[in-house]
Design a protein around this ligand. Sequence first.
Ligand SMILES: [Zn+2]
Length: 140
Amino acid sequence: MPGGELPRDADEAMVKLVHSTECAEVIIDRHLDNPPHVPLPGRCCCNRCYPSLRPAQQYQWVPVNPAPPPSSAMAPTTDEQREGIYQELVRWRLVHWRNSWRDDWPQYGPKSLVSDADLNTIANHAGSSSAHRGNLADTG
Ligand SMILES: [Zn+2]
């Protein structure tokens, strides 16, 4: 949203965090008045200090007015669709884990990325979340 007007309900601290290039942890510590601390060795604080943590895709923020989704967007999903969505999410998690995590973090399995319960929750709410897809526009 550079140069644009902020939505009325924008969290000023969050906007500052998003627009800064400084270490995210430093900004958060300052905002929360955390006492000084030494970073733990080997711990990656944020994707600004460790660019390899950045997602492979670039996202473009699109400001939207927070409003309740129209009721027509709440298309009910069938049990069969939910199961299909769940299986697709499990497959996505495995591929993502194999490609991006397995070699660097062998002590963590795919379920450490996203639990089965969370995938199930996503699958169960697939019909109701479709109205929110416009919030992030994929530009990658
Ligand atoms: Zn950092």
